[in-house]
Design a protein around this ligand. Structure first.
Ligand code: AMP
Length: 382
């Protein structure tokens, strides 16, 4: 896919060429046409994915057919959590707008500096990039109006909520026009971000960029699978944890009930374990994850859905108690192992019904996994 097939006009493509971007990144491939077509966007991707150009380019494209909104009315509003990001995003707007026939004025405003120069600078701004607190100050001072801003971007929404900007955000949202296009980017889709997106977005186009380990680093993960009869899986899991001296292991289950069962059996057998899934309250999940990360919990049993977007990396062991449905999830699961200083190990337990599916997973991953027999192992006492 080339930049020229995403719906961007000549002057923007020229600026892209000058940046020496060879091809669009995945987030750009998806976001650019969708934003140009006027859709709301829910983008889950981290800094470094190219998300900034992913929304800056199409917004500039949309602005070419718009009249300026006038003196103190901004046309598009980009809300960011920090001063650094505000400056960075503004730079990206300036970089890409330089060849446009019609000048588009972009301005960054943020707290921690005197407000007076900013009151002047925001005049005739088309695109305003702002941190929430300073934006509200400027609005209160009537330096800027957002009631005609019909494009809204919330960038790094998770960070914004972590920094406690929810109240400011709600105030800002109340001042925007009802009819507008909303674009939300966040590194993770946690419960708080989900609440905001439900409140904000209408039938959003969803983009999720999962950072998968490259094939190269998959090579660094030791993968092994065991054929285990269904009824022996429980004892076999306990055998693995004890015989390999696993002090920290993430176990994946295919469903919430199964995760709870595993936790129950482990605990009954004196192995400290807790669950991590969507049926738990946000606070229980945070607490279990914290204990696990701090080394105060030996086993965390998770479902794919809950574990997605949560940053548990660099684990020594991952066990697939049950296989995930998609090969992509398999790679995502095992990609959480492997520390800088040590190789990670991923172990999958296969029962009879899994054989065919595991073949597909290996094929998609492009790597064969050694399959061992558990029958030779004495599970007495586990
Ligand atoms: P971001 O995730 O928006 O902070 O972008 C991360 C970095 O990737 C920035 O330094 C961009 O200049 C760069 N970048 C963005 N898109 C591309 C692309 N298509 N090709 C090469 N570099 C890019």
């Amino acid at each position: 896919m080339a930049f020229s097939s995403l719906g961007l006009s000549g002057p923007l493509l020229q600026a892209v060429r000058e940046q020496k971007y060879a091809n669009p990144y995945p987030v750009q491939e998806q976001a650019i046409p969708a934003i140009i077509s006027g859709k709301d966007i829910l983008g889950i991707s981290k800094t470094g994915s190219g998300k900034t150009a992913g929304y800056v380019l199409p917004i500039l494209e949309l602005f070419q057919t718009r009249a300026s909104k006038g003196d103190r009315y901004v046309g598009a509003l980009v809300i960011v959590p920090t001063r650094e990001l505000a400056i960075q995003v503004n730079d990206v707007f300036k970089t890409f707008s330089k060849h446009l026939p019609q000048t588009i004025k972009t301005t960054a405003v943020f707290g921690g500096v005197s407000i007076n120069p900013q009151m002047m600078a925001v005049r005739f701004t088309d695109v305003l990039i702002a941190t929430p607190g300073r934006l509200l100050d400027l609005i209160e001072n009537k330096a800027v109006h957002i009631s005609r801003a019909d494009i809204l971007v919330l960038d790094e929404a998770d960070k914004m909520l972590n920094l406690g900007f929810k109240e400011e955000m709600d105030k800002i949202l109340a001042l925007l026009p009802e009819k507008r296009q909303n674009i939300l980017f966040s590194a993770t889709l946690n419960n708080d971000v989900n609440d905001i997106q439900l409140q904000l977005l209408r039938e959003p186009f969803k983009i999720e960029i999962i950072e998968e380990k490259t094939e190269n680093s998959i090579e660094q993960i030791e993968q092994v699978a065991y054929n285990v009869p269904l009824e022996k899986k429980g004892p076999f899991l306990r055998y693995l944890i004890k015989s390999e001296n696993m002090e920290q292991v993430l176990v994946f289950a295919s469903a919430i009930r199964s995760a709870d069962n595993i936790v129950g059996k482990l605990t009954k057998n004196g192995i400290q374990a807790a669950a991590f899934h969507g049926d738990l309250s946000q606070s229980a999940r945070v607490e279990n994850l914290r204990k696990f990360k701090n080394g105060n919990l030996r086993v965390l049993v998770a479902t794919d859905l809950a574990a997605r977007g949560i940053d548990i990396q660099g684990l020594p062991f991952v066990i697939n108690f049950e296989l995930p449905r998609s090969p992509k999830d398999y790679v995502h699961r095992i990609g959480r192992t492997g520390r800088a200083e040590a190789q990670g190990k991923a172990i999958s337990l296969l029962c009879e019904d899994d054989q065919h599916h595991f073949k597909i997973i290996q094929k998609k991953m492009g790597k064969k996994v050694e399959i061992k027999e558990s029958a030779d192992i004495n599970l007495q006492g586990f």
